[in-house]
Write a protein that binds this ligand. Structure first.
Ligand code: AHM
Ligand code: MG
Length: 333
């Protein structure tokens, strides 16, 4: 069988007119950074990089050493290529401008460098999530305002999953494609073309310890799932919660299901738990490209007009019929 690498895949996408040369370079550079993050993540205690960094990020959350390292790797890898106008990261409050001695490009890159970082110290899967937007160079230097584009404007989105193997899952707007890191060769190999979210599902993912804070539509939906065969759904459901969004979403892209971090009383004043621009939007693009759906319970995530770089939103995504059901319960209630 012909072995196709990420490099080859991207060249073919460019030839087919689906991506520009600059977007190809951008994704290549992100993939290179992901390899470096993967090396660090897998070293764990051997590299002395577990535990807290002793600092807080922009959201007031304690940073892990690996959060800081992954953020640095992504910023440094992407600064000098000439394909970016600016970057934004979960770990950095302000827009990260490209140093003046490097050329500027027509794209904006946003990322959560290490998602699920509470899992680092217990050796459970973590990931990197990224989103790519366009920037009109004629409009001058990129500012926070330049980033505030709805998810429907994304030119590309993807994630890396640092699990038993390291995966890169990507969309440039024509399906969702999965690559597996061949550690010996140092290259990503195209292993999963056109991933789709299976429609039939018997699995759901939600942090059930928040149940007392949920709104009535989510209470109703989960209660119906839990009633199993004898309830209104007429079948038994299983529950999974990795607490790494990347791992939970990857499972849904592989075997279906629904993921919820809904609005609840605990996170209401912040607007939700997950971040719109570098968690919800890229995952929503991937899920929609794979035939699924992604809403806040009330609105399609990708249609939201962002107001702030680090804005939070409720997230309900996965198999289309399930997401539509929860969304309908919100509309009824
Ligand atoms: P992080 O970006 O600080 O790691 O937080 C996001 C993570 C998601 O990966 C995951 O779905 C969620 O937080 C888990 O939250 P909880 O610990 O409340 O279950
Ligand atoms: Mg995160």
């Amino acid at each position: 069988m012909r072995r196709v690498t990420l490099t080859q895949f991207l060249i073919e996408q460019q030839r087919a007119g689906r991506i520009t040369a600059d977007l190809r370079l951008l994704i290549e550079v992100v993939a290179r950074a992901v390899k470096a993050i993967s090396v660090n993540v897998s070293k764990g205690a051997l590299a002395g990089i577990l535990g807290e960094a002793g600092t807080d990020n922009v959201q007031g959350e304690a940073q892990k050493k690996l959060d800081v390292i992954a953020n640095e790797i992504l910023l440094q890898a992407n600064e000098w290529g000439g394909h970016l106008a600016a970057m934004a990261s979960e770990e950095v409050e302000e827009v990260h401008h490209i140093p003046f001695d490097y050329p500027k490009g027509g794209y904006l890159l946003l990322f959560d460098p290490l998602d699920g970082s509470s899992n680092i110290d217990v050796n459970v899967s973590v990931g990197t999530i990224f989103s790519v937007l366009r920037h009109d160079k004629e409009a001058g230097e990129a500012t926070e305002q330049s980033f505030l584009q709805p998810g429907t404007s994304q030119a590309a989105a993807g994630y890396a999953l640092y699990g038993p193997s390291t995966l890169l899952v990507l969309t440039v707007g024509s399906g969702v494609h999965g690559f597996t890191l061949d550690r010996e060769m140092g290259s990503f190999v195209y292993t999963t073309p056109f991933m789709t979210v299976p429609e039939e599902t018997q699995e759901y993912a939600i942090n059930a310890s928040n149940q007392r804070f949920w709104e009535p539509p989510v209470q109703r939906y989960v209660e119906e799932l839990q009633q199993g065969k004898t309830g209104p759904r007429g079948k038994d459901f299983n529950m999974r919660w990795v607490a790494s969004m990347v791992a939970d979403v990857h499972r849904i892209l592989t075997r279906g299901g629904i993921f919820m971090y809904p609005m609840d009383e605990k996170c209401r004043d912040k607007g939700g738990k997950l971040r719109l621009m570098y968690e919800a939007n890229p995952m929503a693009m991937l899920i929609e490209q794979a035939g699924g759906a992604a809403t806040t319970g009330r609105k399609r995530i990708m249609a939201l007009q962002p107001e702030r770089l680090h804005q939070r939103v409720p997230v309900i995504l996965g198999s289309k019929q399930e997401v539509e059901r929860v969304t309908a319960y919100h509309q009824e209630g």
